[in-house]
Ligand binder design. Structure first.
Ligand code: UDP
Length: 322
């Protein structure tokens, strides 16, 4: 298949691009390199530095001919989205609209979209099924939900086949491809940074949550398992249909449990600092996984320990990132 991966210089996109290449697809990566890394793009795939906000360049690229698009190019920092919503509506919604326009013009009719559990906000019922009414609590979630809805409308009006994959907490690395965010906000990399002494301690944001140990619970999924789901989704896209599928393990771990795992994997007694809750962090987010199993035949294979170990191996090999 000829596949375009937008955001293919990012953490998840670069690994998806490599998985597609490894199964024999003809892969092109589009990335603006605003936050992506050129050296994350695997060998053997074409690279085009294009910003989706540049409609003309996007249309030109799509005319090269593709069987499908995996769309991961996005802004993904929650706090930044709250401070600068216009940046997120432009960077996530307008850019996706441009991509859809270019796909329609070039008659590309398959799309897999990188959505998020942030579209659910702070749901009362956990595990979270895909039919939970969306109620984002930040501009990041609002911008991703707007695209999910755009895809449903596009499927109805113009026959696009699309799948929105709603990621829970993605972690781990894949060989020489790993996580290199600036700024870094995620728990597992920050725990490993504290293990190496890059930071003095890892913060625990909130110890008064209504959870068994008082810290927030999240559903972690290995980036290789997550990537595999994109390939399955691309193969199963149905014309004129938009599906929403959660990607998580269906099991939660508390912040303390994650830090304990990081201590066990690294063999280092990682210093911890207890802090107040981070605004907007819900107590408990765990995916219902039935739909992923039934519609994609997908199940995660890797454990939290695998994620932390693979991330740790990557950080040791790439102490200052890409
Ligand atoms: N968290 C934490 N310390 C950190 C970073 C995150 O305690 O340095 C907590 C955060 O409050 C959340 C969980 O760890 O409950 C996962 O946060 P992360 O930023 O990794 O992902 P999110 O769930 O926000 O997408």
């Amino acid at each position: 298949m000829r596949v375009l991966v937008t955001g293919g210089a990012g953490y998840i996109g670069s690994i998806v691009a490599r998985q597609l290449r490894d199964r024999g697809d003809d892969v092109t990566v589009l990335d603006s390199l605003f936050r992506g890394h050129r050296s994350a793009v695997p060998d053997g795939v074409r690279f085009e530095q294009v910003d989706l906000l540049d409609l003309e360049a996007t249309q030109h690229l799509l005319r090269a001919g593709f069987d499908g698009v995996i769309h991961l190019a996005a802004l993904a920092l929650v706090a930044e989205s709250v401070a600068k919503p216009e940046m997120y509506y432009r960077g996530n919604v307008v850019s996706s609209l441009n991509l859809l326009d270019a796909m329609r013009a070039a008659d590309v009719r398959r799309l897999v979209f990188s959505s998020t559990c942030a579209t659910y906000g702070e749901p009362a019922v956990v595990p979270i099924g895909e039919d939970t009414p969306p109620a984002p609590v930040n501009s990041y979630g609002n911008s991703k939900l707007a695209v999910d809805r755009m895809l449903a409308d596009e499927a109805r009006a113009h026959g696009l086949g699309a799948v929105s994959l709603r990621y829970f907490n993605v972690a781990g690395a894949s060989g020489d491809q790993g996580e290199d965010h600036e700024p870094e906000t995620h728990l597992i990399p920050l725990a490993l940074w504290a293990a190496t002494g890059r930071t003095p301690a890892v913060s625990i944001f909130g110890t008064d949550y209504p959870t068994p140990d008082g810290t927030a619970v999240r559903d972690y999924v290995h980036v290789e398992d997550l990537g595999r789901a994109h390939l399955l989704a691309l193969d199963r896209v149905q014309p004129a249909r938009h599906d929403i599928i959660n990607l998580g393990a269906g099991r939660g771990y508390s912040v303390r449990e994650v830090i304990e795992t990081a201590k066990a994997v690294t063999g280092i007694d990682i210093p911890v600092r207890e802090q107040p809750r981070r605004p907007g962090d819900p107590p408990n987010l765990v995916a219902a996984t039935t739909r992923a199993r039934e519609q994609l035949g997908w199940e995660p294979e890797k454990t939290l320990e695998d994620m932390v170990r693979d991330a740790w191996t990557w950080f040791q090999a790439h102490p200052s990132g890409y």
